[in-house]
Design a protein around this ligand. Structure first.
Ligand code: SF4
Ligand code: SF4
Length: 128
């Protein structure tokens, strides 16, 4: 057994850590929210990019806010019906958009670093 493997095996479980969420570590994300764009939900990133394009094009037509809102509503309905750019999406029981059990605000738990047990950043979760 290598030293690295032995080290990982003797770490205590980190479920009580305030940064622990479904086996992943939220420490970096909470320290610098949004810095790691590679952790963002792929579906939200796609929707955002479509929205940006939509706004760019709409600006040329001088539409009012309510006209824009109505147009975007229709565009988003079509967008939400399209195939999502993520094979890992799994239905959750919340009301998130997209509805995926791995969505944590706007980031994807599957893309976060794995927690390998208690580390030097471990902080006990406070009772709420
Ligand atoms: S698994 Fe879920 S949260 Fe992660 S990128 Fe896919 S849809 Fe987004
Ligand atoms: S124990 Fe360390 S790696 Fe695990 S969730 Fe906490 S801070 Fe992150």
């Amino acid at each position: 057994m290598s030293d690295a493997t032995r080290g990982a095996l003797v770490r205590f479980p980190a479920v009580g850590c305030r940064f622990f969420h479904s086996g992943r570590c939220l420490f970096e994300e909470l320290l610098n929210p949004g810095l790691h764009t590679e952790w963002r939900c792929l579906v939200l990133a796609r929707w955002e990019s479509v929205y940006d394009e939509f706004i760019d094009r709409a600006e040329n037509f001088g539409l009012s806010e309510s006209e824009l809102g109505a147009l975007w509503h229709k565009r988003f309905e079509r967008l939400a019906d399209e195939d999502v750019p993520c094979e890992d999406l799994r239905a959750g029981d919340g009301e998130s958009m997209p509805e995926c059990r791995y969505l944590q605000e706007d980031i994807c738990l599957l893309r976060l670093p794995v927690c390998a047990g208690q580390c030097e950043r471990f902080r006990l979760r406070e009772n709420t």
